[in-house]
Design a protein around this ligand. Structure first.
Ligand code: ATP
Ligand code: MG
Length: 420
C-alpha cells in the first residue's frame, strides 16, 4: 500500500488529543462508578438476531446502518451498533438478575459501528460510555441516571447543553395513542417509505426532519394527552426528583423512540454548539426489551453518551481540560556510561510512580533537550562522564533553567521533593 488512510467515516485518536478522549471517558464514568454501577465489557460483535430484535427490525440502525456479515463457519454476526442489547444479553446469560439484588446497575465504554453517511459528529466508528439499570421500575432510578449524566457533562465544564424529556406511556396507554396517530398519519400525503413506517413504527414519523412532512404534522394527536394515570404519576415523579436535584430539563412532546419496548421516560442531551449532529447522548426506559429478546419481564432504564460529540462540544464551548503532562521528568544521557546509569534512574523513578521518559536513540544534547521540552516535563536529568565521576547527575528545572547536582542515590527523593 502506498498511501495510509483510515477507512471512510473513521478517524484515529492520536496524542496529544487522545488524552482528551480518555479524560472524557473517565469523567462520564466517574459519577457512575460513584453510584453503584459496575463495569461490564461485552464483545464487539453479537449474533445479528440480537440487534434485529433488541434494536428493532424497523429502525434505521438495523435496516441501513448495521455492519452484518457471515463468518466462515456460517454464523450471522454484526458489529455492535449500540450497547443496550448486548448488556442485557450478557446480564441474562450470567443470571445477574436472579438472586433478588435488583436493579443490576452496569456501565460500559467502547467502540460502536454504524454504516452512516459520514459528516462532522457522525462517524462509522464512534465511541460511547453507557449505563443500564436493569430490573427495577422506580422513578428515582430514571432520575438518578439523568442526574449522573448532567453531573458528568458539568464536571467536564460543559454548560451549553440541554436535557429534553418526555414520556412514551406504557403497554396500557401507548397502543391507544399509536392507533390514533396511525389514523391521523394515514390521512396525510406521504411517500411510500414513510407510509410503511406509519404501519410499523408510527411514532418515528413524528421525528421526521423533512419540512414537507413536518408541516403536515401540526394537529397530530399528542402522546401526553393519552398517558394513563399510572404513567402520568410516574413521569411527574421523575420531573419532581430532577427539579429537586437542581437539574433543569425541557419537556419535549416530540421526543420519541418508536419501538414498543421503549416505555415511559425518554430523554436526550443536546448541545447547542454542534449544528445538526446536536445529540450528545440519549436514553430512556425500555421495560419491554428483555421479553423482546427472550428473557423475563425486567423493567430497565439506561443511557448512552457519545464520546466523539462530547469532545466536539468541549471544542465548541472552548473548554480545554486540565490534563497533566504525560511526562514529569526527562532523562538525557551524554555518552554510553551515562546511558546505563540514567536508564537505571529512569526505572527507579517510574517504580516510585513518577512519570519519566528517556532520550532514546543516542540523540545529541541539543536534540535531546528539545525532546525534553516537547514532552512537557518539568525536570530534566542530565549526566555526562564528569558527573558520573563525581557520583552525581544534574537536575535541571526546565521552567526556570536552574540546575543542581544531585547524588545518584538521592535522585528519587530530590525529584519527588522538587515536583512537590
Ligand atoms: P442521531 O439522531 O444523531 O443519529 P442516535 O439517536 O442514532 O443519534 P443513539 O443511538 O441514541 O443516537 O446513541 C447515543 C449517542 O451516541 C448519540 O447521542 C451520539 O452522541 C452518539 N452517536 C450515535 N451515532 C453516532 C455516530 N454515527 N457518530 C458519532 N456519534 C454517534
Ligand atoms: Mg442515528
Amino acid at each position: 500500500m502506498s498511501t495510509f488512510q483510515a477507512p471512510k467515516g473513521t478517524y484515529d485518536l492520536l496524542p496529544p488529543n487522545s488524552a482528551t478522549y480518555l479524560a472524557v471517558r473517565e469523567a462520564i464514568s466517574a459519577p457512575l462508578r460513584n453510584s453503584g454501577y459496575g463495569y461490564i465489557e461485552t464483545p464487539g460483535f453479537e449474533n445479528v438476531e440480537l440487534f434485529a430484535r433488541g434494536v428493532g427490525e424497523s429502525t434505521d440502525i438495523v435496516t441501513k446502518e448495521m455492519y452484518a456479515f457471515e463468518t466462515k463457519g456460517g454464523d450471522r454476526l454484526a458489529l455492535r451498533p449500540e450497547g443496550t442489547a448486548s448488556v442485557l444479553r450478557a446480564a441474562l446469560e450470567a443470571n445477574l438478575h436472579k438472586g433478588g439484588n435488583l436493579p443490576v446497575k452496569l456501565w460500559y465504554s467502547g467502540s460502536y459501528y454504524r454504516y452512516e453517511r459520514p459528516q462532522k459528529g457522525r462517524y462509522r466508528h464512534f465511541s460511547q460510555v453507557g449505563a443500564e439499570a436493569i430490573g427495577a421500575e422506580d422513578p428515582a432510578l430514571d432520575a438518578e441516571l439523568i442526574i449522573l449524566a448532567d453531573q458528568a457533562y458539568r464536571s467536564l465544564g460543559l454548560r451549553d447543553f440541554r436535557i429534553l424529556l418526555n414520556s412514551l406511556g406504557d403497554k396500557e396507554c401507548r397502543p391507544v395513542y399509536r392507533a390514533a396517530l396511525q389514523e391521523f398519519l394515514r390521512g396525510l400525503d406521504l411517500d411510500d417509505d414513510t407510509r410503511r413506517r406509519v404501519d410499523i413504527n408510527p411514532l418515528r414519523v413524528l421525528d421526521d426532519k423533512r419540512e414537507s412532512v413536518r408541516k403536515q404534522l401540526t394537529g397530530a394527536p399528542a402522546l401526553g394527552d393519552y398517558l394513563c394515570e399510572a404513567c402520568k404519576a410516574y413521569h411527574e415523579q421523575v420531573r419532581e426528583l430532577l427539579t429537586a436535584a437542581g437539574v433543569a430539563f425541557e419537556d419535549d412532546a416530540n421526543l420519541v423512540r418508536g419501538l414498543d419496548y421503549y416505555t415511559r421516560t425518554t430523554f436526550e442531551f443536546v448541545h447547542d454548539g454542534l449544528g445538526s449532529q446536536s445529540a450528545v447522548g440519549g436514553g430512556g426506559r425500555y421495560d419491554g426489551l428483555s421479553e423482546m429478546i427472550g428473557g423475563p419481564a425486567l423493567p430497565s432504564v439506561g443511557w448512552a453518551l457519545g464520546v466523539d460529540r462530547t469532545v466536539l462540544a468541549l471544542e465548541a464551548e472552548g473548554v480545554t481540560l486540565d490534563i497533566p503532562a504525560a511526562t514529569a521528568v526527562y532523562a538525557v544521557p551524554l555518552g554510553e556510561e551515562a546511558r546505563r546509569v540514567l536508564f537505571g534512574q529512569v526505572t527507579a523513578l517510574r517504580k516510585a510512580g513518577i512519570a519519566t521518559d528517556f532520550a532514546f536513540g543516542g540523540k545529541g544534547l541539543k536534540n535531546a533537550m528539545k525532546s525534553a521540552n516537547r514532552s512537557g516535563a518539568r525536570l530534566a536529568l542530565v549526566a555526562g562522564e564528569r558527573d558520573l565521576a563525581e557520583g552525581v547527575v544534574q537536575l535541571k528545572n526546565l521552567e526556570s533553567g536552574e540546575q543542581t547536582a544531585v547524588p545518584l542515590d538521592a535522585v528519587v527523593d530530590e525529584v519527588r521533593r522538587t515536583l512537590g
